[in-house]
Write a protein that binds this ligand. Structure first.
Ligand SMILES: [Cu+2]
Length: 136
């Protein structure tokens, strides 16, 4: 969809169309969170409806992870972490394996209502933490 707009329109008009296209493409089913160069998730806290996919995009030039706190997600919900780890411990033990490279993204679809707290393994000490609240 973006490519089609880009081909049809050139220059600044094309860029504006792409920008408009992009925001229109972010339906209520997807929420974008940026990983920024101040070691932060932006927005740090999002509230979404069940079934929403949160897409974390690394807009920084160093790697970051999205790693759930195993004891700060709703009981019975699947653990989530970039790198596909099953536990927080496994994610902490393989820092490199969970890193999202510059420009890359990680997605997780939230189905369970409640609060989901997560952090970046290498930058937790710098306060790089975030929260997804799923509210029906
Ligand atoms: Cu980080």
């Amino acid at each position: 969809m973006h490519r089609r707009h880009a081909l049809r329109l050139g220059g600044a008009v094309g860029l504006a169309a792409i920008a408009g296209c992009s925001s229109a493409g972010e339906s209520t089913d997807t929420k974008r969170v940026s990983m920024t160069d101040d070691f932060a998730y932006d927005p740090e806290r999002v509230t979404v409806a069940p079934g929403t996919t949160v897409r974390w995009v690394n807009d920084d030039d160093v790697g970051h992870s999205v790693t759930a706190y195993g004891d700060a997600i709703p009981a019975g919900t699947d653990y989530f972490a970039s790198g596909g780890f099953d536990t927080e411990r496994a994610a902490r033990n393989d820092i490199a394996g969970g890193l999202i490279a510059a420009g890359d993204a990680y997605e997780h679809t939230f189905t369970t209502t409640g609060t989901h707290d997560y952090f970046c393994v290498p930058h937790e000490g710098s306060g790089m933490t975030g929260r997804v609240i799923v509210r029906g």
